[in-house]
Design a protein. Structure first.
Lengths: 233, 357, 318, 290, 261
C-alpha cells in the first residue's frame, strides 16, 4: 500500500532523515518507535507532503506520491493526525470536523460526524465551542477525529495517545484496531511503544534518521534491546 | 559649455497637481529654447528631480543640484514646504532660485537669491474680497482644505479680511481626501448672516464642496481660489453645480476671450497652444507659473550667461516682463514683482469662463 | 546577529562611515550619508520595539515630529539652545510614550498598529492645524546648531554637509552601540522572550507590561532624536516629518534590512534612502521600480537583507 | 433638527465608502492574516479603469464590469507574482510586500492613466433626494446599497459555505488546511480575486461622489483600515459597522465640534473603543490555550 | 502554614464551570499530583495558581500570603513558576538563551546598566550564561545549546521548558504533563529529575497522564473530574478508589502493570 524507499529530508542544510526504507501493506497496523528527535515526525511529514523530500521515493497504492502536493494526498486516501494537533483553533469543533471532510459533500459526512461524536462524546458536548478553548486532550481527540472525517485508506498517526487520559488511550488503541477492521491501513508513531507494539502487526525502530530494526511487533516486544531502550523494562 | 538649470518639483505625491504641469512645462520650454538654438548659442542642460512633495527630499535634491550637478540656477519648490527647504541651500550656495509656491514668507522678508512667480495667497484673498466688497458682501463663511495650499490661503484671508471690512462668521475645514462636506456646509448655511462662501483649496475638495453646495441647495455666491483655475474643475464639479462660481484666475485661463489689446494675449495663447498640443491636456495656472519662471530665468541668462551672481542680478533687474501670470517687475525690495492686476476675476457661466472686470 | 560580536559590528560600521567620504565625488554625498545615518538611528529604535519586543508601531513618525518641532519651537519660544532642545524633545517624547504606551500596549498586532497609527496622525494633525504655533502645513524655520561655529572657532572648518555627516554618524553609532548592548543584556533578552511567548515570559518573572513600555519609550527617544537632527540639519521642518508616510517608511526600512538586526536597520535605511536618489534616472518609473525592489527583497530575503543572508551563509534554510 | 439629519446622512454616505473599503480587507485577511495595504489601489483601479474605458466610448455598466474584472486579475497577479513566491515569510514581510505592491500599482497607474482627477456620471442622476429638510444624492444610495449587499454576501460566504470555511481555515492553520485537502494556493487566489473585485466595485460606486485619481488609494485604505479595526478585523459585520460608525463620527464631529479635528476625534474614539474592547467591536478574541 | 495553599478555587467559561471549589496544599519537598480525565480542569487549575487566569472564587496562598490576584511575574518572583502543556518556547532564540531568560530575576539590574553595558550588567549576564549551561547539561540538551529552539523535536522542547523553569530556582514548581511525548525510558529520566528536585526542597505540582510515573513519585494525589475534586490521598488509596477508576483510570490498567514486570 505504502512504500518508502531511501527517503532523505533536511531542514535547511541539516539532514535529519538519511535514507529511510519502510513499507506498510494493505490492512496492516505498522508502528514506528524511536527516541526524541529520531525523525519520526519528519518522516510522517514527508509522507503527508508537508516536509520536502530531498531524495528517495514514496509510493502509495501504486502511484508515485513524492511530488504530489500535500493537499492532494488526502484525495488519494492518505490522512494524517499531526504532531502538535494542528487543529483550527479559531473555528468551532463542528467546523473542524466538517473541514476534515472538506472533499466530500454527500450525506455520509453527517454520518461520519455522528460516528466521531459517538467515539468522543466530549466533542459533541463542545461542538459549537471554539476549538482553541478545548483542553489539550480534547484537542488531541479532535485531531484524530478530523483525520478520520477524510475517509482515509491509510491513516498516519503521530503520537495519538499524547496527553490523553489512560481510559482514552486505551480507547484510542481500540479505535485503531477497529479501523483495521474497516480496511483502513495505519502507520502509527508512538512514544507509548508498548501499547503501540501490542496492537501493531509490524514495527520499525528509528534512530537518528535511520531505520535500525524491523520485524513483527511481537518479536520486537520480546527483543531485549528494545525492552531496554524503549519500553523501560 | 551648456548652461545647467536645475529643478526640483513635486511631480508626484500629494502635490502632483502643482508639480506635474510644472515639470511638463519646464521640459517643454527647455526643449523649445534648445531647438531655437539655446541661449547665446549655448544649450540649456535641464536637471529635473521629483521630490514628491517631501521637503526633506527637496532639500536633498537641492543639495544635489548645487553640489553634484553644479547647476547655475534652480527653479522649483512646488509647495511652500519644499521651497523653504530648498531656500537655505540656494542661499548658502549663492545660486538664484525661483520658487513656484504661493506663500508670502518666501519673499517676505526678501532673500537675496530667492524669487517667485506665483502671486501670493494674500493677493488672491484681496482680489476676492475686493470683488465681494463691490457686491456689498460683508459677512462670509469660509471652508478650506487642510493641505498646505488651503491652510496657507485660509490664514492669509483671515488676516487680510478686516482690510476689506469682511467678517468671517464661520471657518470650516476639510481634509484633502474627504468625500463629503455637507456637514460643514450645513453649518455655514445655518450661520446667521452669511452672504457668501469662500473655499480656499485645490484638488478634489473644491469640486466636492461645489457639488455638495448644489446638493444642499444653498443659494449663496461661492468663491473658489486660484487653486482650481482650470477647465478640469468645471468638469469635476459639473457645469450645473459650478454655475456662478467666481474665482481669481490668470489670463491663461481665458486666453480665448481676452481682448486682442491685452498684452498677455500672445504669451498665453502661445503657451496654451504649445502645451495642449504636446501633452493633450488643458493648461493650468500652475504650469503657467513654471512657464514664467523659465522665461524669467532664461532671459536673465541671456545677460548673465552661466554665472549665478550675474543671473541673479539680471533677474532682479527684470522690468515689465509679460508672463502668463501677469507682468513682472522685480526690484531689490520686491522679488515677486506682480500686483493685484495680475489676477482677473472670473465667473463660470454655462460651463465656461467669463471675465468679470 | 550571530555573525560577529558587538564590537566587530560596531567597528565595521565605524570604518565604513570613516572610509566612505574618501570616495565622495561631491559634497552632496555627505548629505545623503547624513540622511542614511539619521534614518538609521530612528530605525534602530524601531528594531528595539519591533525586532526585539515584537510590538508594531505605525506612528513613530509622531515622535520624530515632536523631536523636530522641539528644535523649531523651543529656541524660538523658550530661548533654549538647539542642543538642549534635542534633549527637551526627547524628554517630551519619552513622557508621551509612557502616557500613551500604558493604555495601548495592551493591544496586539494590527490593533496596536491602528492605535499607534492614530497617535501619529494626532501628532501630525496638531502640527498641521495649530498654525499660529507651528506654521501649519507650510512648516517653520529651524535655527542652526551653534556647534559648527564653535568647531570653526577651534580651527575645524567643516562644510555644512561634512558637519552633519559626522554628527549624524556619531549619533547613529551611539544608537547602534546602545541597541547592541541591549540585545545581549537581560532586558533585551527579556524583550525578545516576550516576543516569543508572553505567557512564558511572565512565568519566569518578566514584567511584560513594563518591558513593552520600556521598548516603546526607548524607541520613541530614538525617533525623537532622529527627528531633531533632521530638523536641525534641514533648518526647516514641516508636518510631513510626523506624517503617516514617514512612519511607514521607517517600518519599511526596518523590515527590508531585517527587523531583528541592528545592522539590518542601517542597511534598510541605506537602501530606502539611496533608492530614490538612484532612481532619478528612471524619473517616470521611480515609483514602479521602488515598489518592485521592495517586493523582490521580501521575496528573496524574507527575513530582511542581513538576517536572510546570514541564515543562508549558516546553512539553515527558512 | 434638519441639520442633525443632514449630518447623519452625510455620515452614512461617507461611512458606506469606508465600509466598502473595509469589507475588501476582510477576505484576504481571513485567508492569510495579512492586511493588504494595496487594497486602496484596487479601489483606485476600479475607478480609473471605468473612467478610461467609459471615456473610450464603452457604456458605463460595461466599463464598470470590465474594471472589476481587470482589477480582479490584478489581485490574482499580485498574489501569484508577489505573495505566493514569499510563502513562509513572516507576516510583517508580507505586509511590506503589499505596501510595495501599492507603490508599484500607483506608479503604474500614473504612467498608464494620468495624474488628473476624474469622475464619471452618477448612475441615477444628481437630483438630490429631500428627506425632512435634509438631502442625499442618489449615488449615495448606490454606495450604501453596495456596502450592505457586499456585507450580506460576505457574511453568507463565511458562515454558510464550505469554501468560506476553507478560507478561514487557511489563515488559521495553513498546514492543517492542506492536510484536510484544501488547496491553499487556490484559496489565496480566490481571496485576492474577491478582495480586488470588492475593492474595484467600491471604486466604481464611489467615484461619482469622491472623484478618482491615481493616488486616492492610500487615503481610502487608511480610513478603511481604521474602520475595519474599529469593527474588529476579519468580521464583515465589523467592517460594515466600523465603517458606518467612523463616517458618522466624522460627520457629527464636523457638524457639532470642529471640522479641523474631526479625524482626530475619530481616532480618539477608536482608541477609546480599543481600550475597552481590545479586539474591536465585533472581533473575536483568539483563544490560545497554554 | 503550608508553602502553597489552594482553597475553594473556581472559574467558569461561558456556561461551563471548568474548575469548582478545589483546594489542597503542598509542602516543601512534596510532590502533589493532579490527575483526572481530559478536560477535568487540571491545566485550568494550574493557570489560576500561576496567575495566568484570574479565578472567580477561592484563594491561593503562598507562605500564608494571599496571592490570588497576583500577576504571573509577581508570583514568579516569589518563587512559583511552571511549564506548559502546550509548549511555550521562545522559538527565535537559541536553546541556551531560552534558559538564560529563566535567570531573568537574578540577571536583570537597572535598565541604564543594560543600555550602556556597564560592567555590573555584563558580569551578571556571564554568570547567568554559565549557570544556564549547567542546567542544559542536566536535561541533556547541552549539545543543542546554540541551536534555535524552534528547531528542536517535541520531546527536547519539553525538557527545555523544565530547564528554563529550574533557572528561576523556584520554591513551587508546576509541571503540566512534563513526560508527554517521551517514551518510557525518557519518562523515567524525567521521573528521576523530578524526584531530585523534590528532594532539594521544591514543592512540585504535577499534572501527568502517565500513571506509572504518577503513582511512583507522588506523595499526594488530587483527582479532578468535571472541575471538581472527587478524591484525594496517597497513591495507593487513590488508585483503589472506585470513583477514580471509573472516571479516569479504567480497569484496563494491567497493560502498564504488565509492562512493569
Ligand atoms: N523545524 C525544524 N528545523 C530544524 N530542525 C528541525 C526542525 N524540526 C525538527 N528538527 C530536527 O530534526 C530532528 C528530527 O526531529 P523530529 O521532530 O522528526 O523527531 P521525532 O522523532 O518526532 O521526535 P519527538 O519524539 O521528540 O517528537 C531533530 O534533531 C530536530 O532537532
Ligand atoms: N479559555 C478557555 N475557554 C473556553 N473553555 C476553556 C478555556 N480554558 C479551559 N476551558 C475548558 O475548561 C475545561 C477544562 O480544561 P483544562 O484544559 O483545564 O483540562 P485538563 O484537565 O487540563 O485536560 P487535559 O488533560 O486534556 O489537558 C475544558 O472543558 C475546556 O474546554
Ligand atoms: Mg515527533
Ligand atoms: Mg491540560
Amino acid at each position: 500500500m505504502l512504500t518508502v524507499e531511501g527517503v532523505r529530508s533536511a531542514y535547511g542544510r541539516i539532514e535529519v532523515l538519511h535514507g529511510v526504507d519502510l513499507e506498510v501493506r494493505s490492512g496492516e497496523i505498522v508502528t514506528v518507535v524511536g527516541a526524541n528527535g529520531a525523525g519520526k515526525t519528519t518522516l510522517l511529514q514527508c509522507l503527508s507532503g508537508t516536509q520536502p523530500v530531498s531524495a528517495g521515493r514514496i509510493h502509495f497504492r501504486g502511484d508515485e506520491l513524492t511530488s504530489v502536493p500535500a493537499y492532494r494526498r488526502l484525495r488519494r486516501g492518505l490522512a494524517q493526525s499531526p504532531e502538535g494537533r494542528q487543529i483550527f483553533t479559531n473555528l468551532s469543533v463542528e467546523e473542524n470536523l466538517r473541514l476534515g471532510a472538506f472533499l466530500f459533500t454527500d450525506e455520509r459526512v453527517d454520518r461520519d460526524m455522528q460516528d466521531a461524536f459517538a467515539m468522543f462524546p466530549i466533542l459533541r458536548e463542545k461542538r459549537n465551542l471554539v476549538a482553541g478553548g478545548l483542553s489539550g486532550g480534547q484537542q488531541q481527540m479532535l485531531a484524530i477525529a478530523r483525520a478520520l472525517m477524510g475517509r482515509p485508506h491509510c491513516l498516519l498517526l503521530d503520537e495519538p495517545s499524547m496527553g490523553l487520559a489512560p481510559l482514552i488511550v486505551a480507547q484510542i488503541f481500540e479505535v485503531v484496531e477497529s479501523l483495521r477492521a474497516r480496511d483502513v491501513t495505519i502507520l502509527l508513531v508512538e512514544q507509548n511503544a508498548y501499547g503501540a507494539l501490542k496492537i501493531a502487526d509490524r514495527g520499525y525502530v528509528m534512530e537518528t534518521g535511520q531505520i535500525t530494526m524491523t520485524g513483527p511487533a511481537a518479536e520486537l516486544i520480546a527483543d531485549p534491546r528494545i525492552r531496554e531502550a524503549y519500553l523501560g523494562i | 559649455a551648456d548652461i545647467k538649470l536645475g529643478a526640483s518639483l513635486s511631480a508626484s505625491g500629494p502635490a502632483a497637481f502643482l508639480g506635474d504641469p510644472e515639470a511638463k512645462t519646464i521640459e517643454m520650454m527647455v526643449e523649445q529654447i534648445n531647438e531655437a538654438g539655446g541661449i547665446n548659442g549655448e544649450k540649456i542642460d535641464l536637471v529635473l528631480y521629483d521630490d514628491g512633495g517631501d521637503p526633506n527630499k527637496a532639500r536633498t535634491f537641492a543639495t544635489r543640484l548645487v553640489e553634484d550637478d553644479e547647476v547655475v540656477a534652480i527653479i522649483g519648490g512646488s509647495t511652500t514646504g519644499t521651497t523653504m527647504s530648498i531656500l537655505s541651500v540656494a542661499e548658502d550656495a549663492e545660486v538664484p532660485f525661483i520658487s513656484l509656491a504661493g506663500a508670502i514668507q518666501i519673499i517676505d522678508p526678501v532673500h537675496k537669491w530667492v524669487f517667485k512667480t506665483p502671486h501670493t495667497d494674500r493677493m488672491a484673498c484681496e482680489k476676492i474680497f475686493s470683488d465681494m466688497q463691490q457686491k456689498g458682501i460683508t459677512k462670509i463663511g469660509m471652508i478650506s482644505g487642510t493641505d498646505g495650499f488651503g491652510a496657507s490661503m485660509q490664514a492669509q484671508c483671515k488676516d487680510v479680511a478686516p482690510k476689506y471690512a469682511i467678517e468671517i462668521l464661520s471657518d470650516e475645514t476639510y481634509g484633502p481626501q474627504d468625500a463629503d462636506m455637507t456637514p460643514q456646509l450645513t453649518k455655514i448655511r445655518n450661520t446667521d448672516g452669511v452672504q457668501a462662501i469662500l473655499n480656499p483649496g485645490f484638488g478634489q475638495g473644491p469640486a466636492i464642496v461645489t457639488r455638495n453646495k448644489a446638493q444642499l441647495g444653498i443659494d449663496l455666491p461661492l468663491y473658489e481660489s486660484h487653486g482650481v483655475a482650470s477647465d478640469g474643475f468645471i468638469e469635476l464639479a459639473g457645469a450645473a453645480a459650478a454655475e456662478g462660481v467666481r474665482l481669481p484666475g490668470t489670463a491663461l485661463l481665458v486666453a480665448a476671450i481676452l481682448p486682442d489689446s491685452d498684452p498677455q494675449k500672445p504669451v498665453v495663447t502661445a503657451y496654451k497652444t504649445a502645451y495642449e498640443a504636446k501633452y493633450g491636456e488643458t493648461v493650468s495656472t500652475f504650469g503657467g507659473y513654471a512657464h514664467d519662471a523659465v522665461d524669467l530665468m532664461t532671459n536673465a541668462m541671456k545677460t548673465g550667461g552661466s554665472d549665478p551672481a550675474a543671473i541673479r542680478d539680471a533677474l532682479e533687474a527684470t522690468q515689465g516682463y509679460v508672463g502668463t501670470t501677469g507682468i513682472y517687475s522685480f526690484s531689490p525690495e520686491d522679488h515677486l514683482g506682480l500686483d493685484l492686476s495680475a489676477f482677473k476675476m472670473l465667473e463660470i457661466r454655462d460651463g465656461g469662463w467669463t471675465l468679470i472686470d | 546577529m550571530k555573525l560577529s560580536s558587538k564590537w566587530m559590528q560596531l567597528a565595521a560600521l565605524a570604518v565604513l562611515v570613516a572610509v566612505l567620504p574618501l570616495f565622495f565625488p561631491s559634497g552632496y554625498y555627505y548629505r545623503v550619508g547624513a540622511l542614511i545615518f539619521v534614518n538609521g538611528l530612528a530605525v534602530t529604535g524601531l528594531v528595539i520595539l519591533i525586532g526585539y519586543a515584537g510590538q508594531i508601531s505605525l506612528g513613530h513618525a509622531g515622535f520624530a515630529g515632536i523631536g523636530g518641532y522641539a528644535c523649531a519651537l523651543a529656541p524660538a519660544h523658550l530661548g533654549l539652545p538647539p542642543s538642549l532642545s534635542i534633549l527637551l524633545g526627547a524628554v517630551i517624547s519619552a513622557v508621551l510614550a509612557v502616557l500613551i504606551g500604558k493604555p495601548i500596549l495592551r493591544l496586539r498586532g494590527y490593533y496596536l498598529a491602528v492605535a499607534t497609527l492614530g497617535f501619529g496622525i494626532l501628532v501630525s494633525m496638531v502640527l498641521t492645524n495649530e498654525r499660529a504655533l507651528t506654521g501649519g502645513p507650510d512648516g517653520m524655520a529651524v535655527q542652526g546648531l551653534a556647534l559648527r561655529k564653535i568647531l570653526r572657532g577651534w580651527g575645524w572648518k567643516l562644510s555644512s554637509g561634512e558637519f552633519w555627516y559626522i554628527l549624524s554618524a556619531l549619533a547613529m553609532l551611539v544608537g547602534v552601540w546602545i541597541a547592541l548592548n541591549l540585545f545581549q543584556s537581560a532586558t533585551g533578552r527579556a524583550m525578545r522572550a516576550l516576543h516569543g511567548s508572553e505567557v512564558a515570559a511572565r512565568t519566569v518573572g518578566i514584567d511584560v507590561a513594563r518591558l513593552k513600555l520600556q521598548a516603546f519609550v526607548i524607541s520613541a527617544v530614538y525617533a525623537s532624536v532622529a527627528g531633531s537632527l533632521l530638523a536641525l540639519q534641514n533648518q526647516f521642518v514641516t508636518p510631513d516629518i510626523a506624517g503617516f508616510m514617514h512612519s511607514i517608511e521607517m517600518v519599511t526600512m526596518a523590515v527590508l534590512g531585517g527587523v531583528g538586526s541592528v545592522l539590518g536597520a542601517v542597511t534598510g535605511s541605506a537602501i530606502l534612502t539611496l533608492l530614490p536618489q538612484v532612481l532619478t534616472v528612471f524619473a517616470e518609473y521611480e515609483q514602479l521600480v521602488l515598489g518592485l525592489v521592495m517586493i523582490l527583497v521580501m521575496i528573496f530575503l524574507p527575513r530582511g537583507l542581513l538576517p536572510s543572508i546570514a541564515a543562508k551563509l549558516k546553512g539553515r534554510g527558512e | 433638527m434638519d441639520a442633525l439629519l443632514q449630518f447623519l446622512l452625510s455620515g452614512v454616505t461617507v461611512g458606506a465608502v469606508y465600509a466598502l473599503v473595509a469589507l475588501g480587507f476582510t477576505i484576504i485577511y481571513n485567508a492569510s492574516d495579512v492586511v493588504n495595504f494595496a487594497q486602496g489601489e484596487f479601489v483606485m483601479l476600479g475607478g480609473m479603469i471605468t473612467v478610461f474605458t467609459y471615456q473610450a466610448g464603452l457604456p458605463l455598466p460595461l466599463a464598470a464590469v470590465l474594471a472589476i474584472a481587470i482589477t480582479s486579475l490584478v489581485g490574482v497577479a499580485l498574489n501569484k507574482l508577489a505573495l505566493e513566491p514569499a510563502r513562509g515569510a513572516p507576516v510583517v514581510s508580507l505586509i511590506i510586500i503589499t505596501i510595495g505592491a501599492s507603490i508599484f500599482i500607483r506608479g503604474a497607474a500614473q504612467l498608464i492613466f494620468d495624474k488628473q482627477l476624474h469622475r464619471f456620471p452618477s448612475f441615477s442622476g444628481d437630483q438630490p433626494i429631500h428627506i425632512f429638510g435634509a438631502t442625499i444624492v442618489p449615488q449615495s444610495l448606490w454606495v450604501i446599497g453596495g456596502a450592505v449587499l457586499v456585507f450580506i454576501g460576505l457574511w453568507l460566504f463565511f458562515t454558510k459555505t464550505l469554501t468560506g470555511k476553507a478560507v478561514l481555515a487557511t489563515a488559521n492553520n495553513r498546514l492543517a488546511a492542506q492536510l484536510v485537502g484544501i488547496n491553499t494556493g487556490w484559496v489565496m487566489t480566490l481571496s485576492f480575486a474577491l478582495s480586488a473585485a470588492i475593492g474595484a466595485l467600491a471604486g466604481v460606486l464611489v467615484t461619482p461622489i469622491t472623484l478618482v485619481g491615481y493616488d486616492v488609494g492610500v487615503g481610502l485604505a487608511l480610513k478603511g483600515f481604521a474602520a475595519a479595526m474599529l469593527g474588529g478585523m476579519g468580521n464583515p459585520k465589523g467592517a460594515l459597522v466600523g465603517g458606518i460608525s467612523l463616517g458618522l463620527l466624522e460627520a457629527l464631529t464636523a457638524g457639532y465640534l470642529s471640522s479641523q479635528y474631526k479625524d482626530a476625534v475619530a481616532f480618539i474614539v477608536i482608541l477609546a473603543v480599543l481600550f475597552v474592547m481590545p479586539q474591536g467591536l465585533f472581533g473575536k478574541s483568539t483563544t490560545e490555550r497554554v | 502554614m503550608s508553602l502553597l495553599e489552594v482553597s475553594g478555587l473556581g472559574i467558569g467559561f461561558g456556561g461551563l464551570r471548568a474548575v469548582d471549589n478545589v483546594g489542597f496544599s503542598a509542602e516543601p519537598g512534596e510532590i502533589v499530583s493532579i490527575i483526572g480525565p481530559n478536560g477535568a480542569g487540571k491545566t485550568t487549575l494550574f493557570n489560576m495558581i500561576s496567575g495566568v487566569y484570574l479565578p472567580d472564587s477561592g484563594h491561593v496562598r503562598l507562605d500564608g500570603q494571599d496571592v490570588t490576584a497576583a500577576e504571573p511575574h509577581r508570583l514568579a518572583r516569589m518563587g512559583l513558576t511552571r511549564t506548559f502543556q502546550n509548549l511555550q518556547i521562545f522559538q527565535e532564540m537559541t536553546v541556551l538563551e531560552n534558559v538564560i531568560v529563566g535567570f531573568h530575576q537574578s540577571e536583570s539590574g537597572s535598565l541604564i546598566a543594560d543600555l550602556l553595558a556597564l560592567p555590573a550588567a555584563r558580569r551578571r549576564s556571564q554568570i547567568a550564561r554559565a549557570q544556564a549551561q549547567e542546567l542544559l547539561k542536566r536535561v541533556r540538551l547541552d549539545k543543542a545549546a546554540e541551536e534555535l529552539a524552534g528547531n528542536l523535536s517535541y520531546g527536547a522542547l519539553k525538557r527545555l521548558e523544565i530547564a528554563r523553569a529550574l533557572a528561576m530556582q523556584p520554591r513551587v514548581l508546576l509541571l503540566d504533563e512534563p513526560a508527554a511525548g517521551c517514551n518510557a525510558v525518557e519518562t523515567e529520566e524525567i521521573d528521576h529529575l523530578i524526584a531530585e528536585l523534590a528532594q532539594s526542597g521544591i514543592a512540585i505540582l504535577l499534572v501527568e497522564h502517565d500513571m506509572k510515573m504518577v503513582m511512583r513519585i507522588s506523595n499526594h494525589i488530587v483527582v479532578l473530574d468535571h472541575g471538581e475534586k472527587i478524591a484525594e490521598g496517597s497513591p495507593e488509596s487513590v488508585s483503589k478508589n472506585p470513583a477514580v477508576i471509573a472516571a479516569y483510570l479504567g480497569a484496563g490498567d494491567e497493560e502498564s502493570v504488565d509492562a512493569d514486570s
